[in-house]
Write a protein that binds this ligand. Structure first.
Ligand code: GRF
Length: 206
């Protein structure tokens, strides 16, 4: 696959996926990073690895109609012949045109077990704070397709971990990041191998 990663944060998942490409665990190429924050750590990782960066942000083009704003994405994705999109800590809404074009070819990772602890405002440390204060005994990761509603695309994969009595949001975040780094490349590989299919409205991973 020819992958574009969308990221706006520290980029630890982006880095792990890149390492999986470099080590030939993944057979994909990653020629492009799209970010809405030009100086984020993910952008530094892209620069250090010779990956093209496209900085597209609603803040930059706030008055632009949705159609022409989404064309900015379409143009760069088409120019680079991108056929798969991986969101890894991307903090802006993806234009509907892009979601339609990449339907079932665009995935996200969420640091909790959806459909719990998802939706607007549920990102980063907020998620882990909410998990800890709810008192649940398990949390985990969810890899899912991206659709028009935040965190509501079909679930592809989940893996859980224990929330211990002594955990706080930071120790939980560390556990969850470790799971993300372990499993995001594994699921991307399943896509490379054509082992992710939708059967009777549910996602089957073989
Ligand atoms: C991850 O925790 C992921 O679940 C969420 O955004 C975070 C990105 O972290 N979607 P990083 O920038 O890859 O470290």
């Amino acid at each position: 696959m020819n992958i574009c990663v969308f990221a706006s944060g520290t980029g630890s998942n982006f880095k792990t996926i890149l390492s999986s490409v470099k080590s030939n665990y993944l057979n994909s190429t990653i020629p492009l990073l799209i970010t809405n924050i030009s100086n984020c750590a993910a952008a530094e990782i892209a620069t250090a690895n010779g990956i093209e960066i496209s900085h597209i942000s609603r803040k930059l083009f706030h008055d632009e109609p949705e159609k022409s704003y989404s064309l900015r994405f379409t143009k760069v994705l088409e120019d680079m012949k991108i056929d798969f999109i991986v969101l890894a800590g991307y903090m802006q809404k993806i234009p509907d045109d892009i979601l339609n074009k990449y339907r079932e070819r665009i995935i996200n990772i969420h640091p909790a077990l959806l459909p719990s602890f998802g939706g607007k405002g549920m990102y980063g440390i907020n998620v882990h704070k909410a998990v800890i204060s709810s008192g649940v005994r398990v949390s985990g990761i969810t890899i899912h397709f991206v659709n028009e509603v935040y965190d509501e695309g079909k679930i592809i994969f989940q893996h859980c971990c224990e929330v211990c009595f002594d955990d706080d949001e930071f120790s939980l975040q560390k556990k969850i990041k470790d799971l993300e780094h372990k499993f995001y490349p594994v699921i991307i590989k399943k896509f490379e191998e054509g082992k992710v299919n939708i059967v009777n409205g549910k996602v089957k991973v073989i």
